[in-house]
Design a protein around this ligand. Structure first.
Ligand SMILES: NC(=O)c1ccc[n+]([C@@H]2O[C@H](COP(=O)([O-])OP(=O)(O)OC[C@H]3O[C@@H](n4cnc5c(N)ncnc54)[C@H](OP(=O)(O)O)[C@@H]3O)[C@@H](O)[C@H]2O)c1
Length: 275
């Protein structure tokens, strides 16, 4: 009797860490030179996944690739491009598919912000932020979707939103907040559109964490200091984020562990949006 009961326990329950297994899978990371893109690339490779790291900064990509190679786990390829055009996106996915036998997941970690009050903001700043965060994300998702649908082996897509997709900010975030609200919408639409192909799409929405993007808040800049202090005052867990705070959620969303989770914007924010 006891033996029969044991045989009915699913593998995922008997061996729960098995659902986080990404070994041998192929992932593309955009903005891999950034704080969270770099974190994700290294953690995937450390788990034996093969990663295609992309971005505009060649020297930083090469440094990252060397660090990944030194781990002697998953393989790494570099594509020195941002996902700015259809041609760039095809080139990125071609490398992943040719060198790593297809593509199992995409993490869009590229992004940009330029704060400025709307009455002072040049249209070009608005366009730069929307371009980096929304248009380029849409473009690389389209190319990823084409490959993943053709492969017919499911997939994992993770986008970068922000608490600013839901909350305004008095520090001049008209472009940034709207770009991230757009990411939330894209997450919902892709989740529904891709569900029949067994491709999940979710987004991570952090509050402030340390990176090149937020370096202005960690320095002497008056508006930066005020922005950081205001964010901190609203975080129940009492601190800002660090890139390593996203390791658990990234592995969850990029592995089979999240196979029944799609269309979610997950607030990894120390409780910011709870209060
Ligand atoms: N840090 C935070 O507090 C925070 C909070 C919420 C959400 N986020 C989001 O998280 C994502 C990653 O940000 P991060 O904090 O890791 O920033 P980061 O360290 O600055 O990394 C972002 C990467 O994006 C690429 N990039 C910069 N400008 C770009 C542009 N105009 N077009 C395309 N790519 C560009 C850069 O790589 P290359 O120069 O190599 O191309 C850069 O390394 C972004 O979408 C950001 O909005 C960040």
């Amino acid at each position: 009797m006891a033996t029969a009961a044991k045989e009915t326990i699913p593998e995922a329950i008997r061996n729960p860490l098995s659902v986080f297994d990404v070994k041998g899978r192929s992932y593309v990371v955009t903005g891999a030179t950034g704080a969270i893109g770099r974190t994700c690339s290294i953690l995937l490779a450390a788990q034996g996944a093969n990663v295609t790291v992309t971005g505009g900064n060649k020297a930083e990509l090469e440094e990252l690739a060397q660090e990944i190679a030194d781990l002697k786990k998953g393989k790494v390829e570099i594509v020195n491009k941002r996902p700015k055009t259809e041609v760039d996106c095809k080139a990125i996915m071609d490398v992943a598919c040719d060198k790593h036998n297809g593509v199992d997941g995409l993490f869009v970690a590229s992004g940009y912000n330029k704060a400025g009050f709307i009455h002072e903001m040049p249209q070009s700043d608005w366009e730069d932020v929307i371009d980096a965060n929304l248009r380029q994300t849409w473009l690389i998702c389209r190319e990823y979707g084409r490959r993943a649908i053709a492969q017919q082996r499911g997939g994992k897509c993770v986008l970068m939103s922000s608490v600013r997709g839901r909350h305004g900010n008095i520090s001049g975030y008209t472009a940034y907040c709207i770009s991230k609200a757009g990411i939330d919408g894209l997450t919902h639409v892709l989740a529904t559109e891709w569900a029949k192909h067994k491709i999940t799409c979710n987004a991570i929405a952090p509050t402030v964490f340390r990176s090149k993007l937020t370096a202005w808040m960690y320095g002497d800049d008056e508006l930066g200091q005020a922005t950081k202090a205001r964010s901190l005052s609203r975080i129940p867990l009492g601190r800002l984020g660090e890139p390593e705070d996203f390791v658990g959620i990234l592995l969850y969303l990029l592995s089979p562990a999240s196979n029944f989770t799609t269309g979610q914007v997950m607030y990894i924010d120390g409780g910011f949006t709870a209060g």
